[in-house]
Design a protein around this ligand. Structure first.
Ligand SMILES: [Zn+2]
Length: 371
């Protein structure tokens, strides 16, 4: 592939890929956030894998090798669209082959109706296997996986105008380390971090750590950002297909984006045969996640400021397909000077850590008292 461009007219956005040969292609749509995915036979990217800002209905686009034999282009959408046409144009004058996709705006319902169920199951959404069960045997302590968000080339949220000296990836890692210390201090909990350094880890690899170890709890640690620099406080998120509000939806879009950029991989869903089993497992997991979120909110308010309605739901990739009760904790806002300063203070981190210990204690007492 030697070039990509976007043309816009009144009611149509045209995405064009220039390529030296005709290739097979398939197009499908994904929601949360809305995307168009184009898979083509593996090609050489003369312009190097990468991405660029979009135009018209396309917010951004990215491309790269998806798996051996298949290259993938992902269009992030500003609006729900329908694929009006897709076709190849033969070489003409200075132009090589051109692969053309015409997009037209539509409503969310129409867009959603075109979403294809991916066929393949992921490792993370497979029901527990006997070999994995053995991870539990011999364990005397409850295992908690802490997941510091972002890392490496993905800094996460940044403060605005010097409100935060540190990007989200740094605050999340520092806080997670402090929380780990507090949990381990009790002697009741074993803690694994999904990353201990400034490296990028894919969402699926993060949840896989919890799955593979059959962890008892998974807590993803993040920091928020918003235009209004007055907004402060922590929020606890649990997984839901439907966001509890617009802000939660925007958050999901932000948190999910990094993985899609780097990994370009599909959030695969279970096939029909195993779907019911997994659904049952997930319902139980979701109930437990909510129970933990309730305890967490109850305890965190003693350690830090909370948002109004501190327990919200959103469609978060890192919590998806996970058979371990899990929450995503937004510690506070990096766009707020006070929050940003507090969150890097050891004292605040310890306070948060201790309140998490209490929440974890209460959660296990309440749900697993007989164990
Ligand atoms: Zn984050």
């Amino acid at each position: 592939m030697s070039g990509a461009r976007i043309g816009v007219d009144k009611n149509r956005t045209r995405f064009v890929l220039e390529m030296s040969d005709k290739v097979k292609f398939s197009i499908f749509t994904l929601a949360d956030p809305n995307r168009i995915v184009i898979d083509i036979d593996e090609v050489d990217w003369k312009i190097g894998p990468g991405g660029a800002d979009g135009k018209g209905v396309i917010e951004r686009y990215r491309y790269g090798l998806f798996k051996p034999g298949t290259s993938r282009i992902v269009l992030d959408l500003q609006y729900p669209v329908k694929v009006d046409k897709s076709f190849f144009l033969p070489p003409k004058k200075k132009y090589p082959y051109r692969f053309v996709v015409d997009l037209k705006r539509t409503d969310q319902k129409d867009f959603s109706s075109t979403i294809r169920k991916p066929r393949q199951m992921t490792l993370a959404s497979r029901p527990p296997q006997p070999v994995v069960e053995s991870a539990r045997i011999g364990r005397t302590k409850k295992l908690i996986v802490l997941d510091p968000g972002h890392g490496g080339h993905d800094p996460g949220n940044l403060g605005k105008n010097g409100s935060s000296k540190f990007p989200e990836k740094t605050v999340a890692l520092t806080a997670a380390r402090a929380i780990k210390k507090e949990l381990e201090r009790t002697g009741r909990y074993e803690v694994i971090l999904t990353r201990t350094r400034d490296i990028y880890v894919k969402h699926r690899a993060r949840s896989h750590v919890a799955h593979a170890h059959q962890a008892d709890l998974f807590i993803s640690v993040h920091c928020d950002a918003i235009d209004d620099s007055r907004v402060r406080g922590a929020t606890v998120y649990t997984l839901s297909e439907k966001a509890s509000d617009r802000e939660a939806a925007a958050l999901a879009a932000r948190e999910n984006k990094s993985d899609i950029i780097a990994g370009m991989d599909l959030e695969a869903e279970p096939d029909e045969v195993q779907g019911i089993l997994i659904e049952l497992l997930q319902r139980e997991t979701m109930n437990l996640s909510s129970s933990f979120a309730t305890e967490l909110v109850g305890q965190l308010k003693n350690a830090t400021l909370l948002r109004t309605r501190p327990h919200r739901t959103a469609s978060l990739l890192v919590l998806k397909g996970l058979d371990v009760p899990s929450v995503l904790l937004e510690l506070g806002y990096l766009t707020n000077r006070k929050d940003a300063a507090l969150l890097m203070q050891r004292e605040t981190q310890q306070k948060i850590g201790r309140s998490i210990v209490k929440a974890v204690d209460r959660y296990f007492q309440k749900n697993f008292a007989s164990n």
